[in-house]
Design a protein around this ligand. Structure first.
Ligand SMILES: Nc1nc2c(c(=O)[nH]1)N[C@H]1C(S)=C(S)[C@@H](COP(=O)(O)O)O[C@H]1N2
Ligand SMILES: [Mo]
Length: 381
């Protein structure tokens, strides 16, 4: 038997080809567009000094955009697998002749596909690993996921533009060919598509319960599903953050600092200030979210104690000494917002240690990573 590299024509399944590829590709493109746009929102929301600040309303805005971001990524996984399967024979396509021009065109086309596939696979794999809190890499997830998003969306736009005639023909033409008497039976393209939509639906239902409370029961793969004190899941525990001893030590004080003015308050003194109660969500970048009933002091009331000027940004410092979330910036529109609290209680109980005892930030329409726990210092910038 002579071995040779396969050629496109070796793959005979009628299921493969532009009819399936364009229909699955359409939904895959929609998922990538949704993930890209919501990802931009999340990127801006996490910048300490964004060019266009995110508004503080609606309070559930980030909950929706980030829930959609992760859901779109999850839905894209089965779609991408079917899409790659449906166009796999193209991998073995030969160039249109051996003249330099034909070779160059073929090479460029293949290269652009390679970039698209690599970027798409990277985005889905790194996003899923991040949602599962598994970081098997050394690079910064956020910076890399953001940079590769531009590569993926750019390659996608080029791909759609190049393939537009093929896509249009495939989408407007019939899905299945009229029955072939030589090849009866076997699954039709229609049944392959139905199975693909069903697999995508299952992938969504089993994961989105982390953000959609009434789907909690069916979402067996949701990373967080509403358990935890006060109905709010715990992300990083006090133990993992290394704050157990400092957060429970007797001498806790919150410092509010503005230049050389400062006040220092015990938890009891904080509890003696005017308290406000708000229902606000924690919406994690990993897609899960949950509303809590928080009670505590308005951050703007605390800033007034040190005569902070209007429109001040505020640095929030945690008892946690290591890690990226131990210090965050509360931009002026958050610091001034009446809904932004330094929370002391959740659901009628003092905050649990894992939810940020003695006190934590809770602000409207804000990524979970910036809802700093175990706060010990507010610095007017
Ligand atoms: N100091 C500190 N604050 C933190 C974190 C952290 O690791 N350290 N994690 C953040 C993240 S990623 C989220 S989603 C929320 C989760 O809050 P919860 O554990 O009370 O649900 O806390 C945020 N605040
Ligand atoms: Mo988070």
């Amino acid at each position: 038997m002579r071995l040779r590299a396969p050629v496109e024509g070796d793959f005979r399944s009628r299921l493969r080809g532009p009819e399936v590829a364009s229909r699955v590709g359409l939904w895959l493109g929609i998922c990538f567009a949704v993930a890209f746009l919501t990802g931009l929102v999340s990127h801006v929301a996490q910048q300490p000094d964004p060019v266009v600040p995110l508004p503080t309303r609606p309070v559930w805005g980030y909950r929706v955009t980030q829930g959609l971001h992760v859901a779109a990524g999850v839905a894209a996984v089965p779609l991408l697998l079917v899409k790659l399967w449906s166009v796999f024979p193209k991998l073995f396509a030969r160039p249109d002749g051996w003249r330099p021009r034909a070779l160059a065109v073929h090479g460029l086309e293949r290269l652009s596909i390679a970039v698209l596939v690599a970027a798409a696979v990277f985005q889905l794999a790194s996003g899923l690993a991040n949602a599962a809190q598994w970081y098997p890499w050394a690079f910064s997830f956020r910076a890399t996921h953001y940079a590769v998003a531009w590569v993926a969306i750019g390659a996608l736009v080029v791909h759609v533009a190049v393939k537009l005639p093929v896509i249009r023909r495939a989408l407007t033409g019939p899905l299945d060919p009229s029955p072939d008497p030589e090849e009866p039976g076997g699954p039709s393209r229609r049944s392959l598509l139905r199975t693909t939509w069903a697999a995508t639906g299952v992938a969504l239902l089993t994961t989105v319960g982390g953000a959609v409370p009434w789907l909690r029961e069916v979402s067996v793969f949701a990373t967080h599903s509403g358990e935890g004190p006060g109905g709010v899941p715990v992300n990083r525990t006090a133990r993992a953050a290394g704050v157990t001893a400092t957060a429970t030590a007797g001498g806790f004080r919150l410092a509010v600092v503005h230049g050389d003015r400062s006040v220092s308050l015990t938890r009891a003194e904080l509890a003696a200030l005017t308290q406000h109660e708000e229902d606000l969500p924690i919406a994690c970048v990993e897609g899960w979210s949950a509303v809590g009933r928080w009670r505590g002091v308005r951050v703007r009331d605390l800033l007034a104690l040190v005569d902070a000027p209007a429109r001040s940004d505020v640095r929030v410092v945690s008892l946690q000494t290591r890690g990226a979330f131990s210090r965050t910036v509360l931009q002026d529109e958050y610091a001034e917002d009446p809904l932004t609290l330094l929370a002391l209680d959740l659901d009628g109980e003092p905050l649990s240690l894992d939810h940020g005892f003695p006190c934590r930030i809770i602000a409207p329409n804000r990524p979970g990573v910036l809802q700093t726990k175990w706060v010990t210092r507010l610095e007017v910038l």
